[in-house]
Write a protein that binds this ligand. Structure first.
Ligand SMILES: C[S@@+](CC[C@H](N)C(=O)[O-])C[C@H]1O[C@@H](n2cnc3c(N)ncnc32)[C@H](O)[C@@H]1O
Length: 274
């Protein structure tokens, strides 16, 4: 059983290290979600788990965060964002970045198991191919969950996970497995080439300096408290040029959190000059 003192310790720990604000009512949920983790570590009680976190806060952080938050994602989730990319942003970027080696950078921050960055890679690869561009394009995909990143790196998905991908794109970009890989599909090597997958806690220092043309941080900050969101969006603004784009999830907003962006579409924000 998760005692009250251990629960309070865990609440403070995840707020400090993951920015996740757990309400008092999450006691049962945290207990349920962490029991499996205790078993995996061979620990008999939550007090030992809290001791482990006290001794070495960083090594368990990713596992803890993925146990209490959700990794739910999908290919082409919130498809209006991809429509905007295909219809407007990619043609404009490819027109503006015409010289060989011009850089296009997109960051999928909180990429979970990889469906988001690989879907971005599909539309990016198609636009590059159509335009014949010699652009230096890359998608950075980061997350703090070790299991999610492992799946993203493998890039292998059960066929039912491909539901959001059109039949034409499936044929083009997802390679169907046979024999022991029957029922699975893996992403085309061209998509892997475009996507770089790295572990990163968004609350920690970031090694990259940008600039990015667009940052996708969708369905990540739902659990973050207000000061954590404010800090995070300020840091995103630093890595985006004026006119750079920030895409948020369907229930997320910058309202009352950050005024460096203008809302230009459904959960799409553009950095304003200043
Ligand atoms: C619900 S998934 C969203 C995935 C994808 N962006 C989408 O919208 O489909 C949220 C992801 O954010 C990650 N995450 C949560 N807190 C994080 C943090 N502090 N640093 C990095 N990633 C974090 C979780 O591990 C999880 O994979």
């Amino acid at each position: 059983m998760l005692g009250d003192a251990d629960f309070q310790y865990l609440r403070n720990f995840v707020l400090e290290h993951c920015g996740i604000a757990l309400g008092e009512h999450k006691h049962q949920l945290v207990q349920g979600r962490l029991l499996r983790r205790l078993r995996a570590l061979g620990l008999s009680n939550f007090t030992s788990y809290c001791e482990l976190l006290r001794r070495d806060p960083y090594s368990e952080l990713g596992e803890l965060a993925s146990a209490i938050s959700t990794n739910v994602t999908a290919f082409f989730r919130e498809v209006h964002h991809y429509d905007l990319l295909v219809d407007e942003l990619l043609p404009r970027w490819l027109h503006e970045k015409r010289r060989e080696g011009d850089r296009l950078r997109i960051w999928s921050a909180g990429c979970s198991t990889g469906e988001e960055p690989y879907a971005l890679a599909m539309v990016l690869a198609e636009a590059i191919e159509q335009s014949g561009s010699k652009l230096d394009a890359k998608i950075l995909a980061t997350d703090l969950s070790p299991q999610a990143l492992e799946t993203a790196r493998k890039g292998v998905y059960p066929l039912e996970r491909l539901a959001g991908i059109s039949a034409e794109r499936c044929r083009r970009w997802m390679l169907r497995g046979e024999g022991e890989y029957d029922g699975l599909a893996c992403v085309h090597p061209r998509l892997r080439e475009l996507v770089t997958i790295e572990p990163l806690n968004l609350l920690h220092p970031w090694p990259m300096r940008g600039p990015f043309d667009a940052i996708f941080c969708r369905n990540v900050v739902i659990y973050f408290d207000q000061p954590t969101k404010q800090r995070l969006f300020r840091r995103y603004a630093e890595l985006l040029p004026t006119g750079g784009y920030l895409f948020l999830g369907h229930s997320e907003s910058l309202h009352g959190v950050n005024d460096e962006f203008e809302l230009i579409g459904r959960t799409v924000h553009r950095k304003i000059g200043g």
